[in-house]
Design a protein around this ligand. Structure first.
Ligand SMILES: C[S@@+](CC[C@H](N)C(=O)[O-])C[C@H]1O[C@@H](n2cnc3c(N)ncnc32)[C@H](O)[C@@H]1O
Length: 263
């Protein structure tokens, strides 16, 4: 099916339940499905996603992207990993019943500490034992690396390298600090620029007066591009920068985006 037709179907389907607590994942009930479809479009256009793909969604949240994937995957396999138990339960209850008989969908609760999303959890990502997930054709982290401290980010890069098959794709969204973003954040003239504190030496930056909470985390762009290279993602297939810093750039998405292919 045509991607636009599919998005239209998802946005108008009576079977799709929009969660009351959509704000938990930084959105609203009104834009829940349109944001999910925007990420799905990127997956469809910039990765090798097909109805038979094995797809891993790290930080699957309330299933914003899983909804269109549930309509798209016919024989494929989808795994969502998420640290908030209620979100996993919501997806299990509302999304799994919508999937094609031959597509396998599972949402797995991983009780990992995150200062913003799961502060009561005891396990740190670095010590967490994941079930054996095998390898995936497409791995994505939509609005998740923007909530990870540097230690967790480094660990996820190792895991993503392990979980992506050779020749497979990895899509992630970011707040990437380059010279233009830095200049804008230091002298904000646009009210929608996120107030990151850039006084530290990086590579990670947190919001002003948030005491290093992972409410939002930005990274130096060169540091992130080096991480891709050092984890076998040497081909950047798509990269654009969004307007989150107040710099007017790519229209349509707020965060920055990178799609990379594993060697
Ligand atoms: C802004 S929401 C995005 C949710 C979803 N990816 C989307 O685009 O709709 C960030 C999600 O990342 C999850 N998260 C935070 N730290 C995580 C971690 N260490 N491992 C997996 N998920 C994590 C949060 O619980 C939350 O659901």
């Amino acid at each position: 099916m045509d991607i636009e037709e599919l998005c239209q179907q998802v946005m108008t389907s009576k079977e799709v339940v929009v969660p009351e607590n959509a704000a938990l994942i930084g959105g609203s009930k009104d834009n829940f499905l349109s944001v999910g479809c925007a990420v799905f479009r990127e997956l469809a256009h910039s990765t090798q996603l097909s109805p038979d793909s094995r797809v891993l969604d790290i930080g699957s949240g309330l299933g914003r992207v899983a909804y269109p994937l549930a309509h798209f995957l016919k024989n494929g396999h989808y795994v969502g990993l998420e640290i908030v138990k209620d979100s996993v339960d919501f997806c299990q209850k509302n999304i799994v019943p919508l999937t094609a008989p031959k597509a396998h969908f599972e949402f797995i609760h991983t009780d990992i500490h995150n200062t913003f999303y799961n502060s009561s959890a005891k396990s740190e990502l670095i010590n967490y034992e994941f079930p054996d997930l095998g390898e995936f054709d497409v791995v994505f982290m939509s609005s998740v690396c923007t909530h990870l401290n540097n230690e967790d980010l480094l660990h996820y890069f190792k895991l993503v390298q392990q979980w992506t098959r050779s020749g497979g794709d990895f899509l992630a969204t970011w707040f990437l600090v380059d010279n233009l973003a830095r200049e804008q954040l230091l002298n904000p003239i646009k009210s929608h620029a996120l107030p990151f504190d850039l006084s530290g030496k990086g590579p990670d930056y947190f919001l002003k007066s948030q005491d290093k909470s992972t409410a939002a985390v930005a990274y130096d762009v060169d540091y992130i591009l080096d991480l891709y290279k050092s984890h076998s993602f040497t081909t950047i297939s798509n990269m654009y920068l969004g307007p989150w810093s107040g710099v007017e750039r790519h229209i349509g998405a707020f965060q920055d985006l990178i799609v990379a292919r594993k060697d």
